[in-house]
Design a binder for this molecule. Structure first.
Ligand SMILES: [Zn+2]
Length: 378
């Protein structure tokens, strides 16, 4: 595990977005809207629990606390409970669908974002999350930070995107930092992404292209959860969303995965963590750029706080009131796209990709995304 890199990233992050001004054209970007605070180190009790307190500022529109690293394999963490400034218990892992809050059970790094639903808006004041860790060595110590976004979200919103090519010019020759801007396939992908996200009420802002600066041969086929997390650590700080374009993703069961997001949600605006971006499989890009656009819109949606309307097993649902729910009518353990026609399968966040059909986002999904720290007023 690259803990040195992560520690450096947290140290830089504690200075807030001032460090972004190294790039002149980004001078003011996000500085009035987003702040990053290092909350320090926390050590659990022998049961794996510790309280993480943080304070949201006046005018807060979203807050994301994230704690780690704690490694892979059977090492997992979640929130046992979260208490709001008003003293309400807004999340309890023993009843994960009991409130309009969702928290992942994740390896290496746990990001927790408020809000993920208009039914549970973020408040100003003191929050407490009781972190619950199931790791091999207890007590465990983690570092935690928080990203807060403030300001007006009622106008037009935009998101900047960094596209990082990890050895994929053999699939589409123009998938390089130098050639992407004039490549027809990349133009089609970006136009498709812009179309899908316009339904979320956000516009694509600056789209930048670069070649991966790390070990291309190691990461061009992402092999397993740890490699996925290590690739995401290569994402830089900044108010943008980073997409790593790879040849294939294999999480160990032999089946190709089309795309993966850190989290969900991902760690917004802070690079160097195992949840700092999104990985996209571009194997079919030449023949089906629309599919790549859909994968980017879907995984980017996860990164910004959206969940599947109904999970693949049928057992869980997103916390949104305007996305339809589907039940596993034939009890085969999977809610299929055909089974859920008219019950969520038309949503971009449906768990199975489907191109060639009309797909959409909901108003509540747009509400959530407008508040994410990577999204800014135009
Ligand atoms: Zn998904």
């Amino acid at each position: 595990m690259n803990s040195t890199h992560l520690a450096t990233s947290f140290a830089l992050a504690s200075f807030g977005l001032g460090l972004l001004t190294a790039c002149p054209e980004d001078e003011a970007k996000g500085a009035d809207n987003v702040s990053v605070e290092d909350l320090g180190s926390f050590t659990t009790d022998t049961g794996g629990e510790v309280d993480i307190p943080w304070t949201t500022p006046d005018g807060v529109v979203s807050t994301e606390v994230f704690c780690g690293p704690y490694g892979y394999g059977d090492n997992l963490a979640t929130a046992a409970k979260i208490t709001s400034p008003g003293g309400s218990e807004i999340y309890n892992w023993e009843d994960p669908y009991g409130t309009a809050m969702r928290v992942g059970t994740l390896d290496d790094m746990l990001p927790v974002l408020l809000s993920v639903s208009p039914d549970l808006a973020v408040e100003e004041g003191d929050y407490t999350m009781r972190l619950l860790m199931a790791v091999s060595n207890l007590p465990a110590t983690v570092s935690c930070s928080v990203v807060n976004r403030i300001g007006d979200v009622s106008g037009s919103n935009t998101v900047d995107v960094n596209v990082v090519f990890v050895g994929v010019d053999g699939i589409v020759a123009g998938m390089t930092g130098a050639a992407a801007e004039s490549d027809d396939t990349m133009k089609a992908i970006v136009a498709g992404l812009g179309d899908l996200w316009s339904d979320l009420g956000i516009e694509l802002g600056e789209v930048s292209y670069e070649d991966f600066g790390g070990d291309v041969d190691k990461y061009t086929v992402v092999d397993g959860d740890e490699e996925f997390g290590n690739l995401l650590r290569e994402a830089g700080d900044g108010v943008h969303l980073t997409f790593f374009m790879v040849q294939d993703i294999d999480l160990g069961d032999g089946a190709s995965v089309l795309g993966l997001s850190g989290g969900p949600p991902g760690v917004a605006t802070v690079g160097g963590t195992s949840k700092s971006g999104v990985v996209i499989n571009v194997a079919n890009a030449a023949s089906n750029p629309d599919e790549v656009a859909l994968i980017m819109a879907h995984e980017g949606g996860h990164f910004m706080g959206l969940f599947h309307p109904t999970e693949k097993s049928g057992a869980g649902h997103d916390p949104l009131g305007d996305t339809p729910e589907c039940t596993d009518g034939n009890s085969d353990g999977t809610v299929s796209t055909s089974e859920c026609s008219g019950k969520g399968a038309e949503n971009v966040m449906w768990w199975a990709a489907k191109t060639g059909t009309s797909v959409e986002f909901s108003g509540d999904q747009a509400w959530v995304v407008a508040r994410n720290p990577v999204v800014l007023p135009k």
